[in-house]
Structures are given as structure tokens and as C-alpha cells.
Design a protein around this ligand. Structure first.
Ligand code: EPZ
Length: 417
């Protein structure tokens, strides 16, 4: 199992590029199942979760061709509308093939994702929505079996709570349903809007994506399209924290500053200088006088839960007490114990973590538990005195492409073993 060895205490300087958004690429690959024609996707990050999704759609029957500038998908026929347990257990976002398969093939058999490190991760809202579109759903032997032999018909769907992949799944089901579908209380994440733009290029009729109410007029069939994935706002946010926590100066390129409104405002509140230095470019300057600032994770456009762990690492270096509240997932503080082993002063109390700082961090042996927790350990290690080894970095490889190369490129002493 790979591990990272990081020697901390080096201020990072230079330019670091953002890749394509993993959480936009995943639904885009699933969307290609909706047509027999070729869908060409650019800026697909070659990370583990993407390779898993590419494997999954190939097993379903799509031809997937990966070149260095694009991924071409051609799902001429759906051979097996299934997402087997072996794949789903490694990546719960596999449930994103549910909607496209029921819409295209009239049936789907997808393993229940099961929980993961950060929470139970149910898909009940996905299933309730598909039933409202006319699919018959039943669960047996740990699998979801969905059927709509006569096709789907439009409906008004109201989500009890905001769900990102639930919104994406149902948008992909509704584009081929007969009649109009209205999705209320839809997720507003940029990745939802990016998916809608791809679907519209394929011939779908969608209005309001990116807002809380999405209107879809079903069409007979969809065609091929070309699409470039948006920059990964979570990767960009992680790099902003890296510049701040090491007291350096980084220019993060190829990102979308307007997708980072909440994290930028919060980091400025903590005393960090962040300015837009060009289209798609943010410059962050760390400061020794980091101030604590309370933070609560919310659905977009609030502070993203996927940057909570990284922000907690930053707050260990800030003067005062920061209350970090995690509203989205029930168990997303696994990084706190590992940060404490490096010297952080963090007390957990249910959905909130109380971070007292500043605390000098010292290098230690730590273990990654999930994708974003491992990113926070890398950040803490960059700021810590001495050497840190982070075990189980396969977690970080799920969502960050060549992170050690990118960080080494701006001065970090990091190597993979
Ligand atoms: C997406 O997960 C992202 N993954 C997650 O990123 C991200 O943390 C999350 O949205 C929140 O922004 C992808 O886009 C592939 P949700 P998703 O459905 O869609 C509950 C990362 O690190 N819920 O918006 O699975 C759920 O338990 C990953 O890249 C139900 O109760 O999240 C959670 O508490 C981690 N029933 C809340 O809603 C459902 O049917 C939000 O979950 C669905 C969700």
C-alpha cells in the first residue's frame, strides 16, 4: 500500500494547476449511456474513481477510449444494465448509472452502495424519485432492481433534502421520460449545472439547472456531444489552504473562482489574502497572523463539506477557538484524531468540532480514512515540524490526480513510497 512521506515547514511558492472536477466527470460518464452516439469528454481527471466509473460503463456495454486529451464513450448497445457489488462497494457514485439505465434500457440492477467512512449514504431519495417517474423498484439480495418496461413519464419530484447525485440521477432519468418533469429542492452545485450543459448539448430540454427548481421536457432520444468538464473547486480549495497553511504564496490556475465564494470569504475572514489575478486564477498569500473563524458546512453555495477537513487543518494554526460544524454527513471528523496525533487541539462534540489554536504540529505516522480526510493530513504535514508518513494514500488517489507531483512543483518535500 502506497504511503506519502512529507517533510514539513516549507512555505509553498509558485503556480499550481487545477484539474477537471471528479464530481462532474462521474455523472458525465454515466450520461453517455443515454445515447448510442459518441460522447467526447475533455478534462476528465485520471483518478481512481474515474477509472472505476469507466470500468463500470464498459461492463454495461459502452466502448471507452481514453487518450491524453479526451475520453470518448460510445454506448451503442446496453449489454448488461448492471452495477455489480464488486465495483459499487469501491465507489458509491456508481448509483449514478441508475437513472440513465432505466431511461435508456428500461431496467437496471445496481448494488446498494452501502455506507462508507463518512456516513450511511442512503439512496432512498434517488429511488423515491425514480418511482415517481414510473419505475418499479424493489430491493433484493443487496441489489436495487428498477424496471420501466413501458418507459418513464414526467412527474413533479420534491426532494425532502438536497442531494447532489440524487438530483443528477433523476435529471438523467427525466430527459428521456414522456412529458415534463419538475425537480424541486434540487442541488445547486456547479457540477449539477455542468451535467445539465452536457445533456442539453446531447439534445435534452432542461431549464433552471444550478437553481432549486429544474424543469425538463422529455425527448425521444439523445445524440452525441463534446463537452469540457469544469475545474475541480475542491482541488482548487485544497491548494488555497496549502498556500495559506504553509505561509507561502500560491497561484491556483484553471479554476473557477465564482465556485469558491464561501471558502474564499471564510479564509479572508481568517486573515488570509486571496485575490483573483486573472481569468480562472486565484492567488493566496499565507499569513502568520491567522485568526480563528467559525465555519458550518452547507449545501452549495454554502461552505462545501468536501473542504471541511482541509479547513479544520488550517484552523489548528489559527489564533483562538474555531467551531467547525458538519451539517451534511454524520461522521466526517475522522481526520480530527489523526490531526490530534500531530499535536492539534480538537474536541469533538456531535456534529461540531472545537479547534483551539495555534498549535505547533509535529510530524507523525498517520492513516488516511477517506478522500478528503487524507487531503487534510497532507496539509497538516506540510505545516508540521519534521517528517510525517501518511498510510493508505489510495484514498487520496480516488480524487486528486498527481497531488504529490503538483505539490512538489511548488516546493513541498513530499514523496510517494
Ligand atoms: C456528492 O455526494 C459528492 N459526490 C460528495 O463528494 C459530496 O460530499 C456530497 O455530494 C455533498 O456535497 C459526488 O458528487 C460523486 P448527497 P452525494 O446525496 O450525492 C443524504 C467527495 O469527497 N441523502 O448530496 O452522495 C446523505 O446521506 C464526495 O468527492 C439521503 O438521506 O451526497 C447526506 O447526508 C464525498 N438520501 C446528504 O443527503 C439519499 O437518497 C447529502 O448527500 C441521498 C442522500
Amino acid at each position: 500500500m502506497d504511503k506519502f512521506v512529507i517533510k514539513g515547514g516549507v512555505a509553498l511558492h509558485g503556480e499550481i494547476a487545477t484539474g477537471g472536477a471528479k464530481n462532474s466527470a462521474l455523472p458525465a460518464l454515466a450520461a453517455a449511456l443515454l445515447t448510442a452516439e459518441t460522447v467526447t469528454l475533455r478534462r476528465i481527471p485520471q483518478v481512481r474513481d474515474i477509472r472505476t466509473m469507466q470500468e463500470l460503463i464498459e461492463s454495461i456495454g459502452a466502448r471507452v477510449e481514453v487518450t491524453n486529451d479526451a475520453v470518448r464513450v460510445e454506448a451503442r448497445t446496453i449489454v448488461s444494465p448492471e452495477a455489480p457489488y464488486e465495483l459499487v462497494k469501491t465507489m458509491r457514485a456508481s448509483s449514478l448509472v441508475l437513472g440513465p439505465l432505466v431511461a435508456r434500457a428500461g431496467r437496471a440492477r445496481v448494488s446498494l452502495p452501502g455506507g462508507c467512512a463518512i456516513g450511511a449514504r442512503p439512496v432512498d431519495l434517488h429511488l423515491a424519485g425514480l418511482e415517481q417517474l414510473g419505475a418499479r423498484i424493489h430491493q433484493v439480495h443487496g441489489y436495487i432492481e428498477a424496471e420501466a418496461p413501458g418507459g418513464l413519464r414526467g412527474a413533479t419530484i420534491h426532494f425532502d433534502r438536497v442531494t447532489v447525485t440524487g438530483t443528477e440521477d433523476l435529471m438523467m432519468a427525466a430527459v428521456l421520460a414522456r412529458g415534463e418533469t419538475v425537480i424541486e429542492n434540487a442541488a445547486r452545485e456547479p457540477e449539477v449545472l455542468d451535467l445539465a450543459e452536457l445533456l442539453i448539448r446531447m439534445g435534452a430540454k432542461i431549464e433552471g439547472a444550478g437553481g432549486s427548481t429544474i424543469r425538463i421536457q422529455g425527448v425521444e432520444k439523445l445524440g452525441g456531444a463534446e463537452h469540457t468538464i469544469i475545474g475541480d473547486r475542491i482541488e482548487a480549495g485544497t491548494f488555497l489552504v496549502a498556500g495559506a497553511i504553509t505561509g507561502g504564496e500560491l497561484t491556483v490556475t484553471d479554476c473557477v473562482p465564482e465556485h469558491l465564494g464561501a471558502p474564499i470569504a471564510k479564509m479572508r475572514q481568517a486573515g488570509i489574502t486571496i485575490e483573483q489575478t486573472g481569468p480562472g486564477e486565484l492567488r493566496v498569500r499565507g499569513t502568520r497572523a491567522l485568526r480563528s473563524a467559525d465555519m458550518t458546512t452547507e449545501e452549495y453555495p454554502g461552505f462545501p463539506t468536501d473542504l471541511q477537513a482541509q479547513y479544520m487543518a488550517l484552523m489548528t494554526q489559527a489564533e483562538g477557538i474555531a467551531i467547525v460544524k458538519e451539517n451534511i454527513f454524520e461522521n466526517r471528523f475522522m481526520h480530527a484524531q489523526e490531526l490530534a496525533r500531530m499535536g492539534a487541539n480538537i474536541r469533538l462534540d456531535g456534529r461540531q468540532a472545537i479547534v483551539a489554536g495555534p498549535r505547533d504540529l509535529s510530524g507523525a505516522q498517520v492513516i488516511a480514512s477517506d478522500l478528503r480526510a487524507s487531503a487534510s493530513l497532507v496539509l497538516a504535514a506540510l505545516a508540521a515540524r519534521g517528517e510525517t508518513t501518511i498510510d493508505r494514500v489510495y484514498h487520496i488517489d480516488r480524487g486528486y490526480e498527481k497531488i504529490e507531483e503538483k505539490l512538489a512543483g511548488v516546493g513541498a518535500q513530499i514523496r510517494r513510497e
